[in-house]
Structure formats: C-alpha cells, structure tokens
Ligand binder design. Structure first.
Ligand SMILES: Cc1cc2nc3c(=O)[nH]c(=O)nc-3n(C[C@H](O)[C@H](O)[C@H](O)COP(=O)(O)OP(=O)(O)OC[C@H]3O[C@@H](n4cnc5c(N)ncnc54)[C@H](O)[C@@H]3O)c2cc1C
Length: 623
C-alpha cells in the first residue's frame, strides 16, 4: 500500500496524460499486487459507475475514486454463487418509509468472498444484490455500500469483513469477505442508470429518464440484462494484462535459452533445439496476436461506452461473447506458456530469484477470476451457434447487419466454405489468408457439429446434451476467438486492410517479422486442433505437412527471437530476474543474488540443537 500511496502522490504532480499512462504501465509491470490494487479501484470500481451509474452518480463518484479519496471494490462473488450469478442471495430491500435500502446477507452462503481490497483497505464497495421492493423480487442490481470509515479504517456499523488470508499468489492484495447485517444506504446508493426505485417505492425498469433522450429508447428487458455486463471490461483487460506478464516470462526464458549451452563446447544454444523452439516461439506469436487485437477491442468498447445506451446495448451481445472467449482462450494459453517458460529454464526457473515461479503463483487465478473459463466458453459458444444459424438461414441479410470488426463477421464466408462439403485445401503454406480461412472453416464445422449433436437431444434432455458437449463447446469458443485474433495479427502484418477501429499496421520494415509471427500463430492454432481437422476431413498427410510447416515457422521466428524479446523494452529493474540480465552477465548476477540471500552462509541456527546431536553426539569419539 505504501507503494500505491507514493504512486498516487507522484501521479498528482503529472501534467502530461501520456506520461501518466506510461508510468502506470511500468508500475503494473513491476508489481503484480500493485497492478491488482490499481485495477480493482480504477478499473472495476470506476467502471461500475460508468456502466451502471446515472450521469449524476458518475459525476459525483468517478473523480473521487480516481483521486483515491474513495477506495473501492467490486463485490459480486458469494460463498455459494459466482459461476451462476442468478443465485446471488445478498438482498437490497427498499424501505419506503425511510426512503433507503437495507443491504443484508441472509445466509452463510451469501457471504461476499474473494473481493479484491475488501480485506483491509476498501472504503466502499459496489455490491451486486437482489432488489426487493414491496416483497417483489426485482432482479439483480448494483449498490454502493460504505465499508470503512475513511479516517479510521474501522468497519461501518452492520458491516463485518476481513481478509481471506494466505493465498497461492498475489499476497500483496487484500482479498476479503464481507457480511452485511441490515446496513442502511440512501436511495441514491442504487446505481440507477438502467432501473430505479421511485421514492414511493415504485420500481421502474428501463433507462433512467435522467439519461434518456429520444434516440435512446431502451426496452426494460434489454436494460435488465446489463447487470451481468460489469465484467466485460475486466475480461477485455486480458488483452493488456496477459502480455504484460507473459512478455516478461518470455523475455527471461528466451534470454536464458539463448545464453545456455549443454554438453561439449560447440553444442548448440538451447534455443536451437526444436523442442525449445516449439515451446517458446509460438508463445511469442500468440502474445503478438493478443496485443494486436487489443486496439480493436478497446476502441470498440470505448465507442460503445461513449455512444449512449443504444450503442452500448447494440454492441453488447457480440462484445459479451468475444470478451468471454478472449478471457478463456488467452488465459488458458497463458497458463500453458508460463509452464513452458519454466521448463525451458530447467531448474533455474524454480528459483524465486528468476521471477517465473512467482508469476506462476500469481497467475493461477486468471483462468478462474472474472468468470471461470469453463463457464465463459459456454457463453461464447451459445452466441456463435445462434449467429451461425442466422447466417445459414440468410447469409446476405446477416452480412448486411454485421460490422467488419464484429467477431462473427467471418461467418457468411466460412459457412459458404463449409457448404462445399470438402475441407479447404492449402496450396500455399505461406499464405496467411489460406491458413486463416482453414481456421474459420474449422470454427464453423465445429459449430455445425455442435448444433447437430444438440438437435438430436431427446425431449427435455437439452441441458444434459449441452453439458455433455463441453469439449466441442470449448473448441468452438476457442476457434472463434483465435480466428478473431488471427485477423488482428494479419492486419498488423500488413496482410489485411484495417478499419478505423483496428490497431495500426506495423511499419513497413517490421511487417516481414509480423508475417512470420502471424504464420506461426495460425499454424500453431491449427496444430492445437489437429484432431478436429482430422475428424472434419483433413487427410493424414496434410496434417503431417502441418507439422513440417510448423517446425519451419518456429525456426524462422527463432532467428529473430532475441530482438523480439528485446523489443518488449523491459529493463532489468522490471524483470527482476538476474539470469535474464540485458548485458548477458546473468550467471554472475544470479550467483551473487543467491549469495546475498539471508542464511546463505554459515551453519544454520538449528545446527547445534538438531544436527549436532546426530552427527557428533556428546561422548562419542569423533572417529
Ligand atoms: C484471487 C481472486 C480474486 C477474486 N476477486 C474477485 C473480486 O474482486 N470480486 C468478485 O466478485 N469476485 C472475485 N473473485 C471470485 C471469482 O470471480 C470466482 O472465484 C469465479 O467466478 C469462480 O467462481 P467460484 O469460485 O464460485 O467457482 P465455482 O463456480 O464453484 O466453480 C467450480 C468448478 O465448477 C465448474 N463449473 C461451474 N459451473 C459450471 C457449468 N455451468 N458448467 C461447467 N462447469 C462449471 C467451474 O468451471 C469450476 O471448474 C476472485 C477470485 C480469486 C481466486
């Protein structure tokens, strides 16, 4: 927290917005716990207001939060409910006589838990609760509830809260649990952009008149769905947060492998073994694909946020499905990549001094927090299935309703390809367009297979059939996401025309490098789904050729591996991994770090008490 306070104070002196942003990126790269504290307040808490608050509520709260006068948290998860938010039990009961809400935790399982910064520091929380008005359940809504006195840090009356204690990682962040006992909050504590309770206790679903204008007629049903949208930006943060961490791990692992030789002099650098290349080079390509997509997803999201309620609601289904797919696909990949980095460094990545061990501990939550991946892929697959059906029913109409940056824009052409009945052939393995078309075709082939297996479910057996199809559901969501990321890296490589919403094309001198990365990315993803390619008609020799092309693409990226990691621009003080020192003098620095560690030298304190009685018992000859 001392680090955070200092950062807040330093930022107050900045006049330059760009400097402020760069400073924050550097601090987030330096410290995972710091970045999470910053993220919880400045992203999750602020966005609760931006998404669910009226203009008045935003004007009142957002400046206070950004100035850190109010420290916030985001309380959605309960002990018994998270993947299934509809089960949320915390209640907000409107008391018309007092014109306020009573926030209550009605059962043990309704205890809010895992809430970042609720353990010690948050003064307020955005709390997801079930609104009860005149005995009627009016659905889930967000409420701002004070947790602690900003002066004393003591809990407010009726609030019981504490830290969740020791965790597998991120121990610099105070995740907490909260229980409310009839906590009264004023009527304007309900974030009331999409629904409100009048002073007399009448519940109004739909856009708050304060925010309404004739161009923005939002149906109450559409507005009701928004309570679940609060996590979309958190999921989109993956496009920035995962490369931020994994590029560090990749820099460390690639530098180590480039400087390491095993066996007699003249043996290759470890980085030249095809097995190490197959582990690390596709990981570089995957991170570049994610970074390339960040521009498009954030520009689209900001346009939705700033474009008024209609823009937000119109874009929501696609963005919801895409953000869920990105969250699941990229964090699953990231977990795999971190482990590969660790293994590529042999025993030395097991040392906490070389950073990767801590990344692995901190990372664990990424596949679970913000919605468990296994649940998120279902949301993506459900949407893709519905959109594919629409596209099949009337491709022209469908094509006219989607924007090029919509994640489903590829469906009409991929559906047409699938209708040909034979898998697309690859005549040129260096053609990004051909490889991308195969990926999109496979996504549609999997969607169609999923649709057929669900269609054969017996009456009343749809839930069972859906749950049984989890492997196909997961494949659909991942393929759909990868084809979106592939579009982004092709644009970066200068291989596709960007729209105004896409990230910039790389400078001409760098485009050949991005072409190599894009090719490797596509080949790697196709290899990941080789079983599905075979099942959907690719011949065995084509899959074998895929392996050959993949090895070639790895070797091509390996040639540029060192400049690629150097280009991440991560200085030694951020990497904090002596073996990956930029000047190449890693072994000396590593050993010095080990030797400077506490208890490195000398007999341990327990020697006389515990070891000596065994090795040199009193009265026995030393011989
Ligand atoms: C470090 C950390 C920080 C967090 N920060 C916050 C925070 O600030 N605010 C907040 O509100 N929450 C926070 N969370 C909570 C997090 O969002 C939840 O842990 C997450 O949504 C998963 O819910 P759960 O733990 O209840 O798991 P469960 O839902 O119990 O999942 C258990 C298993 O069941 C599977 N499963 C569940 N439903 C289905 C299904 N329908 N189909 C197939 N499989 C299913 C899951 O995939 C998982 O493997 C945090 C969690 C952690 C660990």
């Amino acid at each position: 927290m001392a680090q955070l306070r200092r950062v807040v104070e330093v930022r107050r002196t900045f006049k330059d917005k760009e400097l402020d942003e760069l400073f924050l990126v550097a601090m987030c790269e330096l410290s995972e716990s710091f970045s999470m504290r910053l993220f919880v307040t400045e992203a999750l808490f602020v966005r609760s207001f931006r998404l669910f608050g009226t203009r008045t509520q935003q004007a009142e709260w957002v400046p206070k939060i950004l100035a850190w006068e109010s420290i916030g948290c985001f309380a959605m998860t309960e002990l018994g409910h998270s993947s299934n938010l509809r089960g949320i039990e915390t209640t907000a009961t409107y008391d018309a006589a007092n014109r306020d809400f009573i926030i209550d935790t009605p059962s043990l399982m309704a205890t809010k838990i895992w809430i970042g910064m609720a353990g010690e520091t948050a003064t307020h929380t955005a709390c997801l609760a079930r609104l009860l008005v005149r005995g009627q359940d009016c659905g889930l809504h967000w409420f701002v509830v004070p947790l602690r006195d900003p002066k004393t840090g003591r809990l407010m009356p009726g609030v019981t809260a504490g830290d969740v204690g020791a965790k597998a990682g991120r121990n610099g962040l105070d995740n907490g649990w909260i229980q409310f006992t009839h906590v009264r909050v004023p009527r304007d504590a309900m974030l009331a952009r999409w629904a409100r309770v009048a002073a007399d206790g009448t519940f109004h679903a739909g856009l708050n008149p304060e925010d309404a204008d004739p161009a923005n007629n939002v149906s109450p049903a559409a507005a009701a769905g928004l309570a679940y949208a609060g996590l979309i930006p958190e999921r989109l943060e993956i496009t920035r947060g995962i490369p931020m961490m994994l590029n560090q791990a990749l820099t460390i692992a690639v530098r180590y492998a480039a400087g390491r030789r095993q066996g007699p002099a003249g043996n290759p650098q470890v980085l030249d073994y095809p097995s190490i290349q197959a582990a690390l080079m596709p990981a570089l390509a995957r991170m570049h694909a994610v970074m390339a997509a960040a521009g498009a997803v954030w520009t689209t999201w900001h346009a939705m946020e700033e474009g008024g309620p209609n823009a937000l609601l119109q874009g929501l289904p696609d963005m919801h499905a895409l953000s869920a797919g990105i969250k699941a696909t990229v964090t699953w990949d990231g977990a795999d990549i971190l482990e590969r980095c660790r293994r590529a460094m042999g025993g030395h990545a097991y040392s906490r001094y070389n950073a990767i061990a801590d990344y692995i501990g901190d990372y664990g939550v990424m596949t679970t927090g913000g919605g468990d991946n296994a649940v998120l892929v279902q949301q993506t697959a459900r949407y893709v299935l519905a959109m594919a059906r629409k596209s099949m029913a009337d491709p022209n109409k469908f094509a006219s309703t989607v924007a090029p940056t919509d994640s489903v824009a590829y469906l009409p052409s991929a559906v047409a390809l699938a209708a040909e009945g034979v898998p697309p052939a690859v005549s040129d393995w260096t053609s990004l367009a051909q490889l991308h078309a195969v990926l999109q075709w496979l996504a549609v082939a999997k969607v169609q297979a999923l649709g057929m297996s669900l269609a054969s479910a017996p009456k009343g057996g749809m839930t069972r059939a859906w749950n049984a199809a989890h492997a196909d559901i997961s494949a659909v969501a991942q393929l759909h996401t990868h084809q979106y990321l592939a579009r982004a890296i092709r644009i970066r490589a200068g291989d596709l025309e960007p729209t105004a919403r896409d990230s910039a094309v790389a400078p001409a001198a760098l485009q050949p490098t991005f072409v190599r990365l894009a090719r490797l990315y596509l080949l790697d993803v196709l290899r990941q789904f080789a079983r599905d390619l075979l099942l959907h008609g690719w011949a065995r020799d084509v899959v074998e050729q895929l392996d050959v092309e993949f090895a070639d693409a790895c070797a091509q990226v390996r040639d540029q591996a060192m400049p690629l990691v150097d280009a991440f621009g991560l200085p030694d003080w951020i990497l904090q991994a002596p073996l990956a020192r930029a000047d190449g003098d890693g072994y000396r620095a590593y050993l010095a770090t080990i030797q400077n560690a506490p208890n490195c030298f000398g007999p341990p304190k327990y020697w006389d008490a515990e070891v000596r009685p065994l090795t040199a018992p009193a009265g026995r000859s030393r011989l």
